[in-house]
Design a protein around this ligand. Sequence first.
Ligand code: IMP
Length: 447
Amino acid sequence: MDKKSDFKPYSKPHSTVIVGAQWGDEGKGKIVDVLAERSDIVVRYQGGPNAGHTVIVGSKKFKLHLLPSGVIRGKRSLIGAGVVLDPLALKAEMEEMRAAGVKITPKELGIAYRAPLILPTHRLLDGMQEESKKGKAVGTTKRGIGPAYSDLALRTALMFADVFAKDWPKKLEAAVFAHEEILEKMFSIKIDALCRKSIKELEAIPPFFEGFQANVNLEVTDALDAGKKVLFEGAQGALLDNSFGTYPFVTSSHPIAGGACIGVGVPPRSIDRVEAVVKAYCTRVGSGPFVTELSGKVADELRQKGGEFGTTTGRPRRTGWLDLVALRFSHRLNGFAGMHITKLDVLGGQPEISFCNSYEIAGKKVTEYPADPLATEKAKPVYQKMAGFGDLSEKEWAKVAKEGKTKGLDALPKNAIAYVNKISELSGIPIISVSVGPERESIIFAK
Ligand code: IMP
């Protein structure tokens, strides 16, 4: 029998999925970078260049969009078949990372043959589809995500494997032609000069990616069989999930933990743990319901102090208090074994911190996230308040944490401990770590 078809139960399972528990931008890049140190493989399972994972190492700031965050530590980094791949965007990102001293050869990076491609025309389609929605636009990143996943569902997508086919130029031409027809007939526009230039560049791309093709599914399966540690890196957040998020204001993939199985091609039983990344307050970019959204002074303070501007688009993020109703829903979708609470320092200096533990909908108190996505639009937040804490970055304990002498969460100020414990108590998710700054070192593990 072929060795590979003989399915073995994983003798030493070590697989963790990292999921953004809110609307993305929770700080997954930093957490994956920290956890990657103890992993053998980091694999991205969904999304595309709409993601923006920031990792800060010393004085260097890396902004990753398509590359798995493990690449910075030189870990084997894989892009699964669930990721929509923009070859031109990835090439630019690889060149930028190489210029910053990060090694990226086929030894470090592998790309699934089946990863669907984002073509320059997908970007145009994304823009036009958004425009045609007028006041109801999703507020996409305009990176071609929705149109590329649509082509996959329609069975018309090109895949990474096609780049290496003898007739790649022909395949590309046919796909572009199909998009041209839609652009002309539906939106009355022609492909512009910039787009034509990108298509030409794409036609010439095969040599750049030669050697990066990988049997990601087999590699991850073999690694798990061998007892290696695999980190599945999610992008965006659970509340942007195509099926369970705030539809239609969602992305077109499945950021929830179940998406890891589909995006890499591993059985559900191969996932040991799912860990959440939870921002200590809430943000979202683009349109859609946001029950705890703030406006005014506190909203601006959180935006400025938290640097809440899109990594990919630069758009200012909407900001608000922590929504525990939504977080409990996220927990239900993902089954979190624990959470990494990020950006707690951003709340430092607020005299009082509010959090929402229930909604009011049509005069009724609601503690479970509404099943009907339209109901969320009518929900009003019911807030509880806690005393705030001081500016964490100025605290002596931050220096202590950097020296590695932290005593776990006890090193935090009393009111900060009370706040994170409250989040854990009301969400039912145990705390794994708390982040108090963007650097690798600014993280306190609970035990
Ligand atoms: P798309 O994924 O570009 O189609 O955008 C769909 C929605 O998801 C929009 O509201 C975007 O702002 C949001 N979105 C997409 N990627 C991210 C991300 O990485 N972080 C936060 N929001 C995102």
